[in-house]
Write a new protein. Structure first.
Length: 319
């Protein structure tokens, strides 16, 4: 399934930018991100159901994801590095959405229904989003823990019930109701512990189990990949073990084939890079070219490492 067919980046040499930029600001080597794609001779990306951006640190993978998400108007949670020229650069980019799914592209003046709006069908997920999800879970658990400790203290050494209530303003009403519930729990001769636990659950809520970074990442991705659409994933394998990376690659392949999903992914993961049918743009090559996963420099390093230790693997790691 294709929602996005191609994306075009500004060409400093051929797009007549001199007329729009008499001071030459766009051509300054420090004007981010105008020189990013020009320096690697990248003017266009053509997409498949799974398209991968590969490159070393600083190669521009995340910037390209950010530019595309901004041009498509996709909602995103995490902030990203920008510049005074970023919006101008994005404005000069162009894209073509699939006519079969979204109608004809960018220049149409008619308002498209929500089901045909590519911005509403695009989801951006970065490693920062995973971190924020983990922080929210921890903060929520901390809040519940503090409240449960307060209730426990009240259960052991209850304060007197408030003598003044104002039903109109709500003054002391909640405190009174809570005190009554605590006394009911204390005075229950049978199943006293169970009664108090029920009180905690109803008042505080269920404490969520703490998950590892990798588990949280895979869970968050699985939740977001529940509906058809275009997914922009920026290094989704961060914090994931090999086992979870393999599971993630399997999920992506399944959804691209059967779930009406399209993926644009920036990654270093050999398990994601080696997905069958993935189109890989090598940003470490100038000009940017399309490669097979076994042609990538980092993959060759993995091969040399394991090939050199083949005898150890065959012997079960014994020396």
């Amino acid at each position: 399934m294709l929602y996005l067919e191609n994306f075009l980046f500004p060409d400093l040499e051929n797009d007549n930018l001199y007329y729009d930029d008499p001071k030459g600001s766009f051509f300054d080597e420090h004007t981010y991100p105008f020189h990013l794609t020009s320096e690697m001779s990248l003017w266009r990306l053509d997409f498949e159901p799974i398209t991968i951006l590969y490159g070393g640190n600083g190669s521009g993978k995340s910037t390209i994801i950010n530019v595309i998400s901004e041009k498509l108007g996709a909602e995103r949670r995490s902030m990203f590095n920008t510049s005074p020229y970023f919006d101008e650069y994005v404005r000069r980019c162009q894209y073509k959405a699939s006519q079969d799914v979204l109608g004809d592209t960018i220049s149409s003046r008619r308002r498209k229904p929500e089901t045909e709006d590519i911005s509403r069908m695009t989801t951006v997920l970065t490693s920062d989003d995973i971190f924020h999800s983990m922080q929210e879970l921890r903060h929520d658990n901390d809040r519940k823990l503090q409240k449960s400790r307060f209730l426990m203290d009240e259960y052991v050494c209850p304060e007197d019930l408030p003598t003044y209530l104002n039903l109109e303003t709500g003054y002391n009403v909640e405190k009174f109701k809570q005190g009554v519930e605590i006394r009911k729990a204390r005075n229950s001769s049978r199943n006293r512990g169970r009664t108090f636990n029920k009180l905690l659950l109803n008042t505080v809520g269920k404490m969520e189990r703490g998950f590892s970074n990798g588990e949280t990442a895979l869970m968050k991705l699985s939740e977001l990949l529940e509906k058809p659409g275009l997914y922009l994933l920026d290094e989704p394998e961060n914090s994931m073990s090999c086992e979870f990376q393999i599971k993630l690659a399997s999920i992506i392949q399944y959804l691209a084939r059967y779930g009406k999903c399209q993926f644009l992914i920036s990654t270093h993961s050999p398990f994601i890079l080696s997905m069958e049918g993935a189109k890989i743009y090598n940003l470490d090559h100038n000009p940017v070219d399309i490669c097979k996963w076994w042609e990538l420099e980092n993959m060759k390093h993995y091969f040399q490492l394991f090939h050199g230790a083949e005898e150890l693997f065959m012997k079960g790691g014994s020396r």
